[in-house]
Each structure stands twice: as C-alpha cells, then as structure tokens.
Unconditional design. Structure first.
Length: 487
C-alpha cells in the first residue's frame, strides 16, 4: 500500500480525492487541512510517503510553505491548486516538484490520478541513461529519479550493453547518439536484436542531425526521439507515454493468455459433464422397464452430481467474465462483513453439512469499504475451496479484524493443505492448478483467480498458504476500511 499525503483545506475536495484514489489506485490517503497537521504527519509517520499533493494556500500557510515542507522531508510533491501564476509555477518546478496542476476542471483530476499511478509504478522500473557527457547524463538521471525510476548510468554504448546483459529487466533506455566508440544508433540496433518494441522502450537524444536523425532512429528501433536541449517536462511526458505503452502491451499479453485459458475451459471442461448426463438420461429413457429401483436411484444421483458440477463451472465462468468486463466499476459501499459471511454460510451449509464440515464465523463488527457482491463472491470461493479440501469432522473458520487502515479477512481450515508446487500459481488463471477434493470433488481452476481479480480491483491484497503450526490452509485478503459518512 502506497501512502499519499494530501494537504488541502477544502473538505469537499479532500473527499473527492479520497474516494477517487481509494477506488482507482488502491493507495492510502492521509489528509491534512493545515500546515501544522501536515508537519505532524511527516514527523510522526513510521512509513515513508510515496507522494504528496499540496495546495499552495492553507489557513495557516498562505505562501506555499506546505510545498517547502514536503520538499524538506524528501517527499515527491505535486502542486494541485486553483492559484496559477507562471512565475510561481516556474519557481516551484525549479525547487523540484513533479508537476504543477490546476484544479480547474474534471480532466485535471483525471490527469492527477494517471500521474500518481505512473509515479507509483515507476518505483519498480529500471531505466538506463547512456551519455558520454557527465553533465548531460546526471541531468537526465536526476530528473528521472525525481519521478521515482531506478536509474543506472553508462558513459558509452559498450558499457550500456554490459549493464543490460547483467540486468535484462531494464525497461527504459535513454541514449545519446554521438559518443566515442559505439554510437547511440548502433547501440539501438544491437539491443533490438534481442528485445522488441513491446519489451524495451528506447528514446534517442541528440543535439545534432535534426529530423533526418530522428527518422533514422525510429526506423531502426527507437520508440521516440528528442532533440537537445529538451524541456524536462517534455522528456518525462515522452517517458511516461512509452512506459504506459509497455504496461498496456504487458496487460494485453496477460489478457490474451487468460482468454486462451478461458476458451480452453469452455471448449473442454464445459462440455465434459454433458456427455455422462446425456448417456445416463438416455439409459433411463430407453431402459426404464429393465432397471431396478436401486440402479435408477444410482443414475439419478450421478446425474445430480454431474449437473451440480456443470452449474458450478457455469457460475465460475460467469463470475470470471464479469470481473473482466471492461469498464465494470466497483460499486463502493460500507459493508458489514458478518452479514456477507452469514449469507455465504447459508448458501454453503448443505454442502458443508453433507461432508461433515463445520463452518464458524468470528468477524466481530468489521466494516469494509467494498462492493457487496464482489465481497460475497470472494468469500464464497474461498470458503468453498476450504470445504472441498477438508475431511469429514474438520472445520472452516472465517474471521475479520481491523489492521491499520485495512480490514483483514481470513479463511482458515484444518484440511489436507495445499501442494507447495502449485502454490505460486494458484491465482494465475493461465496455469491449470486444479486438483480433486477430499471427496473427489472436481474443480474449475477459476475460483482463486476470480478472488485475486476482484481484490485487485479494490486495490487490496490477497494471499494463501499453509497454516502455521498445523495442518490445513489459510487464505487472507485485505480491503480498504470503511469511509466515515460524517459531514
């Protein structure tokens, strides 16, 4: 969870920011309406702040003192204000703020959300700056580090290749053209032999060559080109666009793999139970006069089991497809966890009772900020999974409690546990990890990936593993805590 300090004296605007950031970015919002409150947060915070959004004028600080404060504490800062003056903007950009954004229309808030998401993602991204000029290299590196990128420097093309060979997870390279030895153009040509445009973003820079050099760079593998001298804002805009493109391509590749898995389930697993159902119903129809009551009861039970398996699969496919619908938003509400757990238990009571598995709830008065339907789906899948892998006489317990700024929900059982070999992939729908339950129940392989997808939409966390000090499995998830409705 990334912490963002919002220093703003408007209650309305604070609520707008808290709602949007909690739902769209999954960050923890810490608010301050005065300079004194902001200073207290910064002094007493155990965990560093990832970002600060700062208004220039506060009741006890009318001249940008709050910005100076966040800069003093080394917090990457964005000025978000209704007061605009070109001289003020330039003054604060020179002090090292990330951006100066006017809160004059809805698109400004959208831009701010996108900027925060990008800066937070940058923390996990390595960038390589290649330039034989120490001054130019340090200038570019310092600016990228301000935006939280992990920056590595190389003073030649040859050194850059060695660094990239040792650290192939580098995602962005900014290279000068005119360097002793290997030129920037030659460096790009070599890099593109092993890393395509969808894996590595390369931006060429040069003070010479003009449009012809720009075209040559792009034709031979650069994603973008900038002529020196460039504005820092222009550089970061190009960097952000190219990193967003890589993220989008990664998401698309993941989605294609998931779609392939999805259609594989449809083409194979969905029709699987239909064949025995069809065979057994044909037998009942054509041989009813020859079948004993015991045999007919056996066939009816088999049909029931196969139909339940089919229904479970269809429900899982519908839940999974619903969680992946583009544009589907979380319907945020303050939800009493105990009510959702009771409903899920009533739905699964017959299944648990049929296996002799006890269901226990201890959720006290926990209230989460969540989508009621999504939370129900998550808990139902986790409890169903525990029932499936618990022997008769065992139990499944659901608990919930406040932990910091989150509600932690735990589903624990004393069943047969989870295979360590499949544990790393249980949330990956593209990898089949299904196994039969203790009563030979079939699984779809979709339950846990559905949970992970829905928790991700909440900006939360989910995990699963063996219980400490005993047999069985423990699954946990953390969701945002309820937002106060007081005005």
């Amino acid at each position: 969870m990334n912490r963002v300090l919002v220093i703003e004296d408007s209650s309305f605007f604070l609520n707008v920011i808290k709602t949007n950031f909690a739902s769209e970015t999954g960050v923890e919002i810490v608010t301050a309406m005065t300079l004194k409150e902001a200073e207290a947060h910064l002094e007493n915070s155990v965990e560093d702040f990832a970002l600060a959004l700062v208004d220039l004028r506060l009741p006890d600080a009318n001249d940008g003192e709050a910005v100076d404060l966040t800069i003093k504490y080394g917090v990457p800062s964005i000025v978000f204000t209704s007061n605009f003056d070109e001289d003020i903007r330039e003054r604060y950009l020179e002090k090292g703020i990330l951006d100066f954004v006017l809160k004059d229309n809805p698109s400004s808030l959208e831009y701010l959300l996108k900027l925060i998401r990008r800066v937070i993602r940058n923390r996990d991204i390595k960038a390589l700056v290649v330039d034989d000029s120490t001054v130019a290299r340090h200038f570019c590196s310092g600016f990228l580090e301000r935006y939280q990128l992990q920056v590595i420097e190389a003073k030649s093309g040859e050194e850059a290749l060695e660094i990239f060979k040792a650290q192939p997870d580098i995602r962005l390279i900014i290279t000068d053209h005119e360097m002793p030895g290997m030129s920037g153009y030659d460096l790009i040509t070599k890099l593109r032999r092993t890393h395509g445009l969808d894996k590595l973003a390369i931006i060429g820079v040069s003070a010479a060559g003009g449009a012809l050099l720009s075209a040559k760079f792009i034709k031979h593998g650069a994603n973008d080109f900038l002529a020196k001298p460039y504005l820092p804002e222009e550089l970061y805009t190009r960097v952000a666009l190219n990193l967003d493109m890589l993220d989008g391509l990664d998401d698309l590749a993941t989605e294609v793999a998931i779609q392939n898995r999805f259609f594989g389930i449809i083409s194979h697993d969905l029709k699987g139970p239909l064949n025995p159902i069809l065979g057994m119903t044909e037998m009942l129809t054509s041989m009813q006069d020859k079948l004993s009551p015991e045999k007919m009861a056996e066939l009816a039970e088999s049909i029931n089991v196969a139909t339940q398996r089919q229904l479970e699969l269809v429900n899982s496919l519908l839940e999974w497809s619903s969680s992946h619908i583009k544009g589907r938003q979380i319907e945020w509400d303050n939800v009493v966890v105990s009510g959702v757990v009771e409903t899920v238990f009533s739905e699964l009571e017959a299944v648990a009772g049929g296996k002799g598995v006890t269901l226990v709830s201890d959720t006290s008065d926990a209230i989460a900020r969540t989508d009621p339907q999504a939370l129900s789906t998550i808990i139902r899948n986790l409890v169903s999974n525990s029932i499936k892998f618990t022997e008769p006489g065992g139990g499944v317990a659901v608990s919930a409690e406040k932990k910091g700024n989150a509600i932690e929900i735990v589903v624990a059982d004393n069943g047969v546990g989870i295979d360590a070999q499949i544990l790393p992939n249980v949330f990956d729908v593209s990898i089949k990890t299904t196994r039969k339950g203790t009563a030979n129940e079939e699984g779809t392989g979709l339950g846990l990936p559905i949970c992970a997808e829905l928790v991700k939409k909440h900006g939360g966390e989910i995990g699963i593993g063996p219980r400490d000090g005993g047999t069985g499995t423990i699954a946990w998830l953390r969701l945002p805590i309820a937002v106060s409705t007081d005005t």
